[in-house]
Write a protein that binds this ligand. Sequence first.
Ligand code: SF4
Ligand code: FES
Length: 370
Amino acid sequence: MEIPTPSTIGLPIGLLAELTHRCPLACPYCSNPVALEGRNTELSTEGWKRVFSEAAKLGILQVHLSGGEPAARRDIVELVQHCASVGLYTNLITSGIGVTEKLISELAEAGLDHIQLSIQDSDAESADKIAGYKGAFAKKKIVAGWIKAAEFPLTVNAVMHRANIARSAAMVELAIELGASRVEIAHTQYYGWALPNRAALMPSRTETETAVAEIDALRKRHHGEIVIDLVIPDYHATYPKACMGGWAKQFINVTPSGKVIPCHASETIPGLEFWNVTEHTLSDIWYSSPAFNAYRGIAWMPEPCRSCDRREIDFGGCRCQAFAILGDANATDPACHRSPHHALMTDIAEVDSNGAIGDYLYRKFPANVA
Ligand code: SF4
Ligand code: FES
């Protein structure tokens, strides 16, 4: 089995910058960690600029400016300007709340390339309930109009779960109405805040299969009009997803405080050593950080992955999910039907899909974190 070395490790293509964990919304499926990082730990403007300069030097092409709500950073325009000046393609991933028409035009001026706008449901009342924010849906529709007026390419992000899965097709129709060129229908991945909310979010197998079939039909109907991406619901799957395109293979995440992690949930795996941009260069971290090298390549794999013909297709699935379900990040992702523990995953899905709908633990900072 090949063990990756600096000469065999490829270049990352994208960097997800979690500029802040502050956010006006409280979505119960948020991928941020349950232990949110407070404002007083955030990197400074100069700190983020150095990260972006190092990213460009390392060969990264795309930066996703995310959070929390990235527009909660007062320096968002300056950061976009800096990314553009070092040649990075910039994508803003926003809830739209707190965004003004003036900010959209300043971002256009600064060189922002693309905007992804999250929408919680096609039904206003349900959308506001999921977001934990009254009036969010109406505001998002206005913001979508500003985004289109400024001639940004727009992607609508919709996370699907039991409260909105019956309206998967309506979400695609809404994205078309808003002028989006792409819509991402992402079935909830159970990490971060979604894990403790799993019983309130999990759809049934029948609901999931119906929604996936509807999206397939819409893809054909709207071919050439809108790109429809589907993130699969892996609790009901046969094979796992290639999480992050393979551990430390394509992407780098940077948390608000500058911790560099291979995926948004990797901090849940005990024993991993993460390095911080305040102490190491991004290049050092990519090639040498113990957390990045922990599950790189295929040498770490147990059976049945080790001798499986799909080991370089899905890379054994998701390490964080293996840990969340089995307490063992080295195991085959139980979403895979070849895992000896696959039945456990299907049993969890069955039980959780009968939980009380809408009984959410909303994402929020603890009272003692600013
Ligand atoms: Fe993927 Fe491992 Fe399952 Fe094979 S056994 S399909 S490599 S998760
Ligand atoms: Fe961490 Fe999948 S979320 S590897």
